[in-house]
Design a protein around this ligand. Structure first.
Ligand code: PLP
Length: 382
């Protein structure tokens, strides 16, 4: 009999699995399920990016690249960061196969057994898993009482952190709430990080998907240059989830450590994908980004209005493509029944540390969103 490592065994299988299994079973029976559980844009990757990927393959860019990524892409990313007010150098960037891998490398590089990591709930599911894999101890601050905004919750955060805190993870715009944190909130984070000398991972993967507000890069704030790891990627902004391309920026000494992990595990991100990423960053993609963003905004507004018509007041964020629908306390059962009886798939809020909600992704057509609300309403779920 095999003995499995504790650090893997202490991670729970994803709570979203139950939902996607149920969904697959129903679909195998020929039932049409409105799937609002997935966290990916429902648009094709913009044509110019696809063409650049094909051209790179044809040109023979199919071998390994330098481990931290091709210099052209790292230079372009450094320029992008500089435009956001982060004084970045190409040597402070690792290009990763997906932002998730960048996050994993950052957490693994920083966290030893027992190190305290603070999360702001509701928080994306993988933060908890990665901290557990590293042996860190979790300290969670609940932002649900504040409509998921950080600014009114700063006192709670101040109470939670101490000199023992090693790391805080901030995700704005947020998955699963869509909240975009105010500058005052980010300055509050900065003040606490400086006072207690902890590091902050700023997950800015939804940076380009905001509605009428601008996302401030945490690493651009005075005092944060040496204590911020900025995580970003191509999946959401450019509808490139399956290409697997992301990146981290951090002080060079951290990058030197993390790149050992990177080179001994993944070696490098896919060569021609990195070249497609270079194209994605060009202004030729700007129109596509704006089009997708506008579509998401219209769907968000439509969906919030539909719920309001049914008497359900949903806190609406200014970014990403998620909202948290208030449901029964037992959100796991609510979600299972909603999929079984109404054939609408959502993710239980408890998976994100926010019981009593269901996460809805509105990266779906307006017709499917209407259908979902109709079904939930007819099934008595609203
Ligand atoms: N961070 C957040 C908050 C996410 O929602 C996701 C994807 O769902 C990621 C990071 C990682 O995305 P990827 O690995 O596709 O770059």
């Amino acid at each position: 009999n095999m003995e499995f490592a504790d650090r893997v065994q202490r991670v729970e299988p994803s709570a979203t699995l139950a939902i996607s299994n149920l969904s697959s079973e129903l679909e195998a029976e020929g039932i049409d399920v409105v799937d609002l559980s997935v966290g990916e844009p429902d648009f094709p990757t913009p044509e110019n990016i696809v063409e650049a990927g094909k051209a790179a393959m044809d040109a023979g860019h199919t071998g390994y690249t330098s481990s931290n990524g091709i210099p052209e892409l790292r230079e372009a990313l450094a320029d992008k960061f500089t435009g956001q007010g982060i004084d970045a150098d190409a040597d402070e960037i690792i290009v990763t196969p997906g932002g998730k891998q960048g996050l994993y490398e950052a957490v693994t590089t920083l966290i030893d057994d027992g190190d305290e990591v603070v999360l702001l709930d509701p928080a994306w599911v993988s933060y908890e898993a990665m901290v557990k894999l590293s042996g860190g101890s979790l300290n969670r601050v609940d932002l649900s009482p504040y409509d998921f905004q950080l600014e009114p919750g700063l006192d709670d955060l101040a109470d939670a952190v101490s000199d023992e805190t090693e790391l805080l993870v901030v995700n704005s715009p947020s998955n699963p709430t869509g909240a975009v944190y105010s500058d005052a909130a980010l300055e509050g984070v900065r003040d606490l990080a400086v006072e207690h000398e902890f590091v902050v991972i700023s997950d800015e993967i939804y940076e380009r998907i905001t509605y009428g507000v601008e996302q401030t890069a945490l690493g651009s704030l005075d005092g944060m240059e040496d204590r911020t790891i900025t995580l970003n990627g191509f999946s959401k902004a450019f509808s490139m989830t399956g290409w697997r391309l992301g990146y981290i920026h951090a002080p060079e000494d951290l990058i030197d450590q993390a790149s050992k992990l990177h080179s001994h595990s993944v070696s490098c991100a896919v060569n021609f994908v990195q070249r497609a990423g270079l194209e994605a960053l060009s202004e030729r993609t700007d129109d596509s980004v704006v089009e997708m963003r506008e579509a998401f905004r219209e769907r968000r507004d439509m969906l919030a209005d539909l719920f309001a018509e049914h008497g359900v007041d949903v806190p609406v964020g200014d970014g990403a493509f998620y909202m948290m629908l208030p449901v029964d306390d037992d959100d796991q059962t609510w979600c299972e029944e909603a999929i079984q009886d109404a054939h609408v798939a959502t993710v239980p809020g408890s998976a994100f540390g926010a019981p009593g909600y269901a996460r809805i992704s509105y990266a779906a057509s307006e017709a499917r969103l209407r259908e979902a609300v109709d079904r939930l309403s007819e099934g008595g779920f609203l």
